[in-house]
Ligand binder design. Structure first.
Ligand SMILES: *Cc1c(COP(=O)(O)O)cnc(C)c1O
Length: 446
């Protein structure tokens, strides 16, 4: 053993190999040698999966690069605009880059879109008219959409504007119920919504292939129906996107995957010219549409974030399977498990006890680059019927492409975690969380 120096850290010995230096650093950062060994064993077992994620990142990197080159992005694009934001070439060409990346006719990518919920609300409100009906064909939508739609009565909901709603459940195995969808399509049906990621439900996330199949089915029956896909957490997980299979609108948040951790805010809608134009006039004003909307100083971050997004997403995926494999070995139920296909970056781990969930979140928090010294506490959050614990030490408030975890304090005491701007940080956070559980006596059999 190398002795500790006065500051308590082990000095690095000249000539030491990088492996020993790494091991020393992990020890200094609170990971025991036993847990380090276990981590290495898990990494070794995941080599093939990691190679697959890297290959997907490589393909998506070329897509993004190709789109930037085609649109002749130059340094001038990083100059923003103020006031009305007229003639903002950086903003307008970023939208072309998104359209070319998602293979759509058009895209709206704006900092004025405040979050994912806003982007989805905009896409719906802009393309539905009084008397129309929307249907969700992937079961219950994300929590925040309940108020957008008016499933839970809410001020300004689509229901208040005379837009009705129907829902078709997924089948027991999580696949689309084609027959029920056919029966649900009525004369008033104008828009069908699909949610790719499970969000915070326990159903499996949907693959782009599955989504493509159902789009084909609906379009064959009713070519007039607009298909909107909530793509949150799904971008760049696969080499193809729902927009490659005929989705009229593919919608998401820039503080998740496509912002690459650098976008400080914003949302996108990629889709047909008609649908995107409707969104533009709804976001600003009829008659003004996409011509206004100052980008201030953020264009560079949106471009650079999109450029990094494929590799950042791959890092988050590695973290997700690493956690599923590590915790799965000790009997914790992981959804999806370490061998399943990935359709989004969310990983659920069921701890079965409040202490397990809390220890996990404490570990994630203590591994953060920001606010690592704070201890997350369960608290009563609006919209939840029990206390919720959240861990996040992010550069961008609420950014969930950065390593973050949360979970409601009730059975089965599941943590939902996602992100990590680098695989190295995701790995460290998960080891730290595992160490917390180990120290609390919640993992046995090492
Ligand atoms: C995150 C998310 C949303 C909403 O995004 P916010 O930015 O939190 O408003 C919607 N749908 C899904 C599936 C999501 O994961």
């Amino acid at each position: 053993m190398t002795p500790y120096n006065e500051s308590g850290a082990r000095p690095i010995i000249p000539g030491q190999d990088s492996w020993s230096i790494l091991r020393n650093l992990y020890t200094q950062m609170g990971i025991s040698e036993k847990v380090q060994d276990l981590g290495e064993e898990v990494c070794d077992s995941l080599k093939d999966r990691f190679a697959q994620f890297d290959q997907t990142a490589e393909a998506n990197q070329l897509k993004v690069l190709g789109a930037m080159q085609k649109n002749r992005i130059s340094a001038e694009h990083f100059n923003g605009s103020t006031g009305y934001g007229y003639n903002d070439a950086g903003r307008d060409d970023l939208e072309r880059v998104y359209a070319d990346t998602f293979h759509t006719e058009d895209a709206l990518v704006r900092t004025q879109i405040t979050c994912g919920t806003h982007a989805l609300s905009l896409a719906l409100g802009a393309n539905l008219r009084p008397g129309d009906e929307m249907i969700s064909i992937s079961g219950k939508p994300y929590d925040t959409l309940e108020e957008v739609i008016g499933i839970r009565p809410s001020r300004g909901s689509l229901a208040e504007y005379g837009i009705t709603y129907r829902q078709v459940e997924l089948k027991e195995d999580g696949s689309f119920d084609f027959e029920a969808i056919r029966q649900a399509l009525g004369p008033k049906t104008r828009l069908a919504a699909i949610q790719r990621s499970k969000g915070y439900l326990t159903r499996p996330s949907l693959s782009v292939d599955q989504i493509g199949e159902v789009i084909r089915y609906v379009k064959q029956l009713r070519p007039d129906i607009i298909i909107m896909v909530d793509n949150c957490y799904g971008e760049f997980v696969d080499c193809v996107e729902p927009s490659d299979f005929g989705a009229d609108m593919t919608v998401g948040s820039l503080i998740k995957n496509p912002g690459g951790g650098l976008a400080p805010m914003g949302g996108y809608i990629a889709g047909t010219r008609e649908c995107v134009e409707n969104c533009a006039v709804r976001l600003t004003s009829p008659g003004l549409g996409r011509e206004v909307g100052a980008s201030l100083t953020v264009n560079r971050s949106l471009y650079q974030g999109l450029f990094l997004a494929p590799t950042v997403t791959a890092g988050a995926l590695k973290g997700a399977v690493f956690a599923a494999s590590l915790f799965g070995r000790f009997g914790y139920c992981c959804i999806p498990d370490a061998s399943e296909r990935r359709n989004d970056i969310i990983q659920a781990i069921e701890f079965g006890t409040a202490q397990g969930l809390i220890s996990f979140c404490e570990g994630i928090q203590s591994a953060a680059p920001v606010d690592s010294y704070v201890t997350p506490e369960p608290w009563a959050m609006p919209g939840y019927d029990c206390d919720v614990i959240m861990a996040a030490g992010a550069f961008i408030q609420g950014s969930s492409i950065e390593l973050s975890a949360d979970g409601p304090l009730h059975e089965p005491y599941a943590a939902y975690f996602q992100g990590g701007l680098t695989w190295e940080h995701a790995k460290f956070g998960i080891l730290k969380a595992f160490q917390k559980l180990y120290d609390a006596g919640l993992v046995s059999g090492i």
